[in-house]
Design a protein around this ligand. Structure first.
Ligand code: PGA
Length: 257
């Protein structure tokens, strides 16, 4: 059975002090959750301190981005090895904000995915269509391009280390989440793509998270769906109360799933 994963993507929010306070609050409330993985992705400046807070708990550390090269003259960038040695297990790759504001393409996403795996990190690879793409009936084309190109030359062994996050761009930060049915339709489509590319057994073991305006009142219906294996949470992960609520509600649903 796939162990669901709920990750908080803090984006460019929280100073070190604020990060310590938030992660401490989350730890106090979620230390005994073990039927799903809880991942915190603070900004890079807070990784080390959040790691100290969650040490010896089930809470896992993740980063929001990385460069694909091992090291070198890349001012402002961070390598997979740096994140790994800092205690990160996961790294978000290809978030739509990186694609939109920082010129990330399917090709750079693929390079990052490959490099992360080589260094022993688990990529959370984001895919998803924009509003105009959905409205013009291109959702499946865009998502399949993101999946195919992002996973180019990723073999059967490597794919097992990847989490896919389906994040419709129109739902991110807009308060307008996809309905459970809309999300499930695309998750199922992604799983079928993976079955074609790899095989059915592999596709059944890969976790596909939903992301985009996940809130305490939407998590339950989403995670009840057969192919939705958790959530990537932005805005609602910045407050202890809402993030804890999301994880607890998801954990209850998972018990019965
Ligand atoms: P949101 O962000 O929950 O604020 O919509 C989700 C994400 O960008 O991962």
């Amino acid at each position: 059975m796939r162990k669901p994963i709920i990750a908080g993507n803090w984006k460019m929010n929280k100073t070190v002090e604020e990060s310590i306070a938030l992660s401490n609050g989350i730890k106090r409330n979620l230390f005994n959750i073990n039927n799903l993985e809880v991942v915190l992705c603070p900004p890079v400046t807070s990784l080390s301190d959040v790691k100290d807070v969650v040490l010896d708990t089930n809470i896992i550390l993740g980063a929001q981005n990385m460069h694909w090269e091992k090291e070198g003259a890349f001012t402002g960038e961070v390598s997979a090895k740096m994140l790994k040695t800092l205690g990160c297990k996961y790294v978000i790759i290809g978030h739509s904000e990186r694609r939109t504001y920082f010129g990330e393409t399917n090709e750079t996403v693929n390079k990052k995915v490959k490099s992360a795996i080589t260094e022993g990190l688990f990529p959370i690879m984001c895919v998803g269509e924009k509003l105009e793409e959905r409205e013009s009936g291109k959702t499946f084309d865009v998502v399949s391009l993101h999946v195919e190109k992002g996973l180019l030359n990723v073999d059967k062994k490597e794919i097992l280390n990847i989490v896919i996050a389906y994040e419709p761009v129109w739902a991110i930060g807009t308060g307008k989440n996809a309905t459970a049915e809309q999300a499930e339709e695309v998750h199922k489509f992604i799983r079928n793509l993976l079955a074609k590319k790899y095989d059915r057994e592999i596709s059944e073991s890969i976790r596909i998270q939903y992301g985009g305006s996940v809130k305490p009142d939407s998590i339950e219906s989403l995670i009840k769906e057969k192919d939705i294996d958790g959530a990537l949470v932005g805005g609602a992960s910045l407050k202890e109360e809402s993030f804890v609520d999301i994880v607890k509600k998801a954990s209850r649903v998972v018990k019965e799933k």
